[in-house]
Write a protein that binds this ligand. Structure first.
Ligand SMILES: [Zn+2]
Length: 156
């Protein structure tokens, strides 16, 4: 019936919302596509770790310009979201989206009650966090001196 996939509509929503701000249209569309690619990488890690729920990029009512990752359960993390500047390059977009996804997913896993962290380092069981490391986006585990648990989007 001509309906486009939900994902395209959300991308449009992101685009339109950016246009309503002061962002240049073409740049906003490019940024949204970059954030969407980052989200795909995080989604791959979710699947690799056995999570089947869906995550999407949305613009919440409470944020004027920022985007957040929303989970299957409606959680959106606990920080201010993804700033327009985060989408300025692939690496910062990847790390920002992964961090928002991590927060939202942990909320949906009820981590405060269950103690479940995501993504958990396979070697230590600790929650890992996204960071830029030698030019790549990685899930970083703080155990010991710290180490790369996996490259974002390439969880084993
Ligand atoms: Zn570890």
């Amino acid at each position: 019936m001509g309906d486009r996939p939900e994902r395209d509509r959300q991308l449009d929503a992101l685009y339109v919302a950016s246009r309503e701000g002061v962002t240049v249209d073409r740049q906003a569309a490019f940024d949204a596509a970059r954030l969407q690619r980052a989200l795909d990488a995080v989604r791959a890690d979710m699947r690799a770790t056995g999570l089947t729920g869906e995550i999407t990029l949305v613009r919440p009512d409470w944020a004027a310009r920022n985007a957040v990752v929303e989970t299957w359960a409606g959680d959106q993390g606990w920080t201010a979201g993804i700033f327009p500047a985060d989408a300025a390059d692939d690496l910062s977009a990847l790390v920002a989206v992964a961090e928002q996804a991590r927060q939202a997913i942990m909320e949906s896993l009820d981590y405060q009650y269950t103690g479940l962290v995501w993504p958990a380092c396979p070697a230590h069981g600790l929650g890992s966090s996204p960071t830029a490391h030698h030019g790549r986006g990685v899930w970083w585990c703080e155990a010991g001196d710290g180490h790369v648990a996996a490259e974002i989007g390439r969880w084993a």
